[in-house]
Ligand binder design. Structure first.
Ligand code: HEM
Length: 406
């Protein structure tokens, strides 16, 4: 099932909900383990969480910078460019291609996913989790969710079909090729296997959706926070100037020398918690947690947002203060209550990749541009809109070339 369709992870308990597949909402068990392991190792082959991915991200950032350059001095919404760029990074690993920012079909796909994520967690369609038959209702958000799933499914199935036609087993080029090769290998061994084209469809849906909306919202929040806190923006830019300069793009190797930039990204992630309730879990055993009995089969929702705003763990938790992540020597300091990617066995599979993307996108944009709020505009709404992810309300900023006045 696609993540833009509402559901709950069943953690291995039988019943209607355990039929879901993929990784994000797969029940805990052998199939989830096998599929997560295969996906991680194949994506690592393409540089996932490693320096090899850096050139791909830097290449995509050239397109982003070119779009931002066209908007210099004007009030501009960065939503579409950022969403498309982030999606392209995952698409190039999974499907072996990027999509032009003007590609109408892909634009529609991205907006369907954003809409689907909102409906999935903030509309009557959420009830599909409890009464699956509701997905067949021909009106309102039920109908919209069904149509969204249908359209996104058609897009992904078409990609798999094209790969089936063109794939060279001796020379697999992307995640889909590798997965198709694995299916053929397992079939040849004549083993019963969880690898199938159906499962592949769910996995690429997961990677495509989980890898786009989360990171893209984090980048959008980062742009908005920089426009709202010009003093922090200036300090990040000073660090970029000293460590990277202007003649080359920032690299992951610079990160260790840029603690304030890293602390700023962490503080933006803490303040915004883009996956505020993680993914719903289900208790696979009855447990006694601090005197509360949680019966087997209960849905357990981890409120990461509240952990990030807990006054017993953070001083003045509602204040934006990147320095809270720095020690007296200006080095990064960790806080165990910082968990934007969740914790435990089901921790985000894309954590390493997301951290790379956030650092490279944030530092590359700030190397070239300052972001300002349009004059006379209302103070931006920093609370966000709730879906499966917490996204900023639509906003416009003015990019200004960094070399000139900020
Ligand atoms: C800033 C970006 C991101 C944030 C904040 C984020 C956050 C999260 C969170 C909170 C979870 C749920 C953890 C839980 O239920 O306990 C999750 C799961 C997941 N994420 Fe991410 N994520 C991000 C980017 C990505 C990317 C780039 C990918 C892949 C390309 C990805 C793939 C996944 C997958 C596959 C899961 C399910 C893991 C499992 O159930 O085994 N995420 N993410």
């Amino acid at each position: 099932m696609l993540p833009c369709c509402p559901r709950v992870r069943s953690d291995g308990i039988s019943g209607a909900r355990s039929k879901v597949s993929g990784i994000v909402f797969a029940p805990y068990g052998m199939v989830w383990k096998q599929q997560r392991k295969f996906s991680l190792s194949t994506l690592r082959h393409f540089g996932f969480g490693k320096l090899d991915l850096e050139p791909k991200i830097i290449e995509e950032l050239q397109f982003v910078k070119s779009e931002f350059s066209k908007a210099v001095g004007t009030a501009f919404s960065p939503f579409h460019v950022i969403n498309n760029a982030v999606s392209n990074i995952i698409c190039s690993m999974c499907f072996g291609k990027r999509f032009d920012y003007e590609d109408e079909e892909f634009r529609t796909m991205l907006s369907l996913i954003v809409r689907g994520m909102k409906l999935a967690s903030n509309s009557p369609a959420m009830l599909i989790n409890i009464i699956p038959l509701l997905q067949y209702l021909p009106f309102g958000s039920f109908k919209e969710v069904a149509q969204t799933v249908k359209d996104v499914s058609a897009f992904l199935k078409n990609i798999i079909a094209q790969h089936r036609k063109t794939m060279d087993p001796e020379n697999p080029c992307d995640f889909v090729d590798f997965y198709l090769k694995e299916i053929d290998r397992e079939i040849q061994k004549n083993q019963s296997t969880s690898f199938s084209e159906d499962y592949l469809f769910y996995i690429i849906g997961d990677l495509f959706v989980a890898g786009t909306d989360t990171t893209s919202n984090s980048v959008l929040w980062a742009i908005l926070f920089m426009a709202a806190y010009p003093d922090v923006q200036e300090r990040v830019q000073r660090e970029i100037s000293i460590v990277v300069g202007e003649s080359r793009p920032p690299s992951l190797k610079d990160k260790v020398h840029m603690p304030f930039t890293e602390a700023t990204i962490m503080e933006i992630q803490r303040m915004t918690t883009v996956v505020p309730l993680a993914i719903p879990h289900m208790a696979s055993e009855t447990v006694d947690f601090k005197g509360y009995i949680i019966p087997k089969g209960s849905i357990v929702v981890a409120n990461l947002w509240s952990v990030h705003r807990d006054p017993s763990m953070w001083q003045h938790p509602d204040e934006f203060n990147p320095s809270r992540f720095l020690d007296a020597n200006g080095n990064i300091t960790r806080n165990e209550a910082f968990m934007p990617f969740g914790i435990g066995k089901r921790i985000c599979m894309g954590e390493q990749m997301a951290k790379m993307e956030l650092f490279l996108i944030f530092s590359t944009l700030l190397q070239s541009f300052c972001f300002k709020l349009p004059e006379g505009s209302e103070a931006p709404n920093m609370n966000g809109q709730f879906g499966l992810t917490l996204s900023p309300h639509p906003f416009k900023i003015i990019p200004v070339r960094h070399q000139t006045t900020c």
